[in-house]
Design a protein around this ligand. Sequence first.
Ligand code: AMP
Length: 433
Amino acid sequence: MSKKINNKGLIERVRGMHDVMSNEYLIRKKIIEKAENIASFYGFEPIQTPHLERAELFTSAIGESTDIIEKEMYKLKTKGGDNLVLRPEGTAPIVRAYIEHGMQTKPQPVMLYYHGSFFRHERPQRGRSREFQQFGLEILGEENSIVDAIIIKTLLTILEEAVGIKPISVHINSIGDKECRKVYQKELTTYYKRKTNDLCKDCQYRLKSNPLRLLDCKNKECDEIKQGAPQIINYLCPGCTNHFKELLEILDASEVSYFLDQYLVRGLDYYSRTAFEFFLEENPDEEKMSLELGGGGRYDSLAHILGNKNIPGVGGAIGVDRAIKILSEKKKLSVQTKTPEVFFIQLGSNAKYKSLFLLDILRKAKIPIKHSLSRNSLKSQLKIASKLGASYVLILGQKETTDNTIIIRNMETTSQEIVPISKLVDRLKKKLK
Ligand code: AMP
C-alpha cells in the first residue's frame, strides 16, 4: 500500500498543505477584503501573477545559497523540457511582470498589491506550512525613502486593522548596497573565521555560502559570537546612510515606532538598503517564540538581474495564515454570519420541482433564505427552521403549487397567510423590515 493512503484506506492531503473551511475561510476572506481596501486607499492596484514560473526567475534573483533555492522549491519539468517551479515568493514574479508588460511607460512609481498561495518545501511546524497565503505590496520605479515608508505603514495598518493584531513591533535595518555591503561582508567574514570552531554546523556552512545570514542564527552558541560581530550600520556609504536616515525620520513623523535591529539582514540576495520585519509584541512571560508576521525590503538591483533594467523597487508581504494562527491563539475567532430570517419548505413532488424557480425569485430580490430541499416531511423541515432561528417560513404545498400561491408563516406567533407568488417579494420585504 502506498504511504499516501492511511490505515483507513483514505487518500490524505499532502503534508504541509491545508484545507481551508467554514469559519477560517470566512475570516481569511474578510481579512483580504479589508487589506485590499487599505492598499487601494494608499494607491496600490491589484495584480495577479501565475502560480507557475520559470525556475530561472527565482534561481537568478534570490541567490543560489539561500534556503529557498537550495531546498525549498517545488520543481517540475514539462513534457517540452521547461523547468518550472511553484512560486516560492511574490517579488520576482512582479518585477518580471513589470518588465514584460512595459510598465516603465506608466507614470512612476507603479504601486501593486497581490495575494495568493506561495509554496516552500519547509518542515511543517507552528506557523509554517508548505502552501501559505501572503498579502503583499510592491512599489517599482522610485528610490526615495518615502516609498519604503509607504510600504511599511500600509503593511502595518493591514496587520493592525485588517487582521486585528496589536501591538506590532516593526524591526528595521539597512543592509547597504552592493558596494558598501561588500566591505561589510569582508569584515564580518574575517571576524567569524576566527570563531569557526565555536559556530553551529549551519553557521559554519553560512560562513562559506552566505555570510550575512550568520546574523540570522537563533542558536544559543552562536548568539554570544553574534553580539561581538561588526555592525553593518558602521559600514554604510553616505548614499545608504542618508536613505536610511530619511526613512527613519519619515517613520518618526508618521508616528510609526520601530526597533533598530542590527541583526536583521533577510536571506535573499536581491535585497539592498531597507530591510524590515513585523512581529507581535509578545508578553515577555510567554513561552512561545515570537513569529515573524511579515517582512520585506528594498531590491534596487533585482530588475537589473532579471531584465538588465535599472528600476528601483521596494516591497513586503505579510503571512495571512500565520497572522490568523496567532490571532486564534490570542482569542477565539469568529465571523458573524447572518442567519437568514426566512426558511423555505416544500411539500410534495410538484412543489419540490418548483422550488428552484421560487428560490431564484428570492435570490433576485436579494432576500437571503435557507432551505433543506432534499427533505420531504413538514415536521423535519420545520424542525430545521426553528433550529436556525428563522422568523418566517415559506410553505409551498401541492395546493399552493396549483393555485400559484405560497404560505408565509410567522414562526413566533404561528399565524399564517396565503399570498400569490407575484406578491411574495413585496409582502416578505414589508415583514422583514
Ligand atoms: P518572506 O517571503 O519569507 O519574507 O515571508 C513573508 C511572510 O510570509 C512571513 O513573515 C510569514 O508570515 C509568511 N511565511 C513565510 N513562509 C511561510 C511558511 N512556510 N508558512 C507560513 N507562512 C509563511
